[in-house]
Design a protein around this ligand. Structure first.
Ligand SMILES: NC(=O)c1ccc[n+]([C@@H]2O[C@H](COP(=O)([O-])OP(=O)(O)OC[C@H]3O[C@@H](n4cnc5c(N)ncnc54)[C@H](O)[C@@H]3O)[C@@H](O)[C@H]2O)c1
Length: 351
């Protein structure tokens, strides 16, 4: 492989443009092609980023032998098929979250990645956040002690992606806010405590704003269904039991009447020596002068803050990524369990 990774970007909507920006600023990669079904968006992205090749059908992009890797930023229901096709075409893949819309498809993807021996990483950007990395270092040094409980949340007030777009349709998205933004925080939280071994989930979800056309924000470039379909959750809460005895609470809302003077998203870790709170990062503990709050800053990061730069470096250097596939699969199993529990009103056992 050459010094620079030659990349294609599949889907140039809201987040695909972010991928192109990131590749543009990456000294070790070049974006050489895009695939996008929407003609105008394809034209704008090619012109803005001076991309020489543009395809309507992503399979044509995958047929190009000079492309080493692809990033996939398409609606969730396309992740499984596109990722498996890309891996079979022997491309390395950076896939936007979630891995798939359900755990069954997620398992098929992971199996394919193992067979073809290519790098596949889900773009869990919260793991690359400087405060997450700082917290991870402190936990690994033992500063927090044993973490026995954690809570994580992302509570938007008016943050439903455009109503009627793929985001708000169960068959295209796989779920609503619990999967979309809850998945980010839950992944970062389980990554911090280094424990994805969830054995039981109790959850409830609600749809109180979307069906009334309330709480929308202007996110997502995809087409809007004229019926303005909204058949996903706009609030979700889950209680997780881990095999280790730890517990985790997740709360996510796309729209809710909640205070604006507190963090919109965060993680709180309850340890035997200290508490850790994100975002930003603070540590709480009993010091010689009583209860202390320490504001944490990051002198040196172990990983790039840009997930795509990290992915590129891992492919070129043959290194493991910061987002192991097994963990992305476990996360998807937990998300499935959240929806199963919300659907039945019962606890769901994972093992
Ligand atoms: N990491 C993050 O923080 C983050 C943030 C937002 C979205 N996402 C994820 O990124 C993905 C895309 O989200 P988005 O907000 O950019 O959505 P979007 O609707 O803005 O963009 C999706 C794009 O995919 C294109 N597309 C659809 N079918 C295609 C096909 N067959 N071939 C090529 N292109 C196709 C659409 O035309 C559109 O331009 C989703 O999986 C979402 O969960 C991640």
């Amino acid at each position: 492989m050459a010094d620079k990774l030659r990349c294609g970007v599949i889907g140039t909507g809201a987040i695909g443009l972010g991928h192109l920006l990131s590749l543009n600023s990456c000294p070790r990669a070049t974006a050489v092609a895009i695939a996008e079904t929407h003609t105008q968006r394809a034209k704008e992205a090619s012109e803005r980023f001076k991309i020489p090749r543009s395809y309507n059908d992503y399979r044509e992009l995958l047929d190009q032998p000079d492309i080493d890797a692809v990033t996939i930023a398409t609606p969730n229901h396309l992740h499984a098929e596109m990722t498996m096709e890309a891996l079979k075409a022997r491309k390395h893949v950076l896939l936007e979250k979630p891995l798939a819309t359900n755990a069954k498809d997620a398992a098929r993807i992971v199996e394919t990645a193992k067979k073809v021996k290519r790098t596949l990483m889900v773009g869990q950007n919260f793991r690359f956040n400087r405060y997450t990395q700082m917290a991870k270092m402190l936990i690994e040094k033992g500063e927090v002690g044993e973490i026995y409980h954690a809570r994580c949340f992302w509570l938007r007030r008016n943050g439903i992606p455009r109503i009627g777009s793929w985001f708000t349709q169960k068959k295209l998205a796989g779920g609503g806010c619990a999967l979309d933004i809850g998945g980010h925080l839950l992944d970062a939280c389980l990554h911090l405590i280094a424990d994805f071994d969830v054995v039981a989930v109790t959850a409830q979800t609600y749809a109180k704003f979307g069906p009334r056309g309330l709480g929308e924000m202007d996110w997502g470039k995809g087409e809007v269904d004229p019926a303005k379909t909204f058949d996903v959750d706009d609030y979700g809460v889950a209680f997780l039991r881990l095999k280790s005895g730890r517990t985790v609470i997740l709360e996510a809302s796309w729209a809710a009447y909640v205070p604006s003077d507190v963090r919109e998203y965060g993680i709180d870790l309850f340890g035997t020596n200290a508490g850790l709170s994100l975002y930003p990062a603070r540590m709480f503990r009993n010091g010689p002068n009583g209860y202390e709050t320490i504001h944490l800053s990051v002198p040196k990061l172990p990983h790039s803050e840009d997930r795509i730069h990290h992915f590129v470096a891992c492919v070129l250097e043959g290194k493991r990524t910061l987002v192991p596939l097994e963990e992305s699969l476990h996360l998807q199993q937990v998300l499935d369990a959240i929806y199963a529990s919300a659907g039945t009103g019962k606890e769901v056992r994972l093992k």
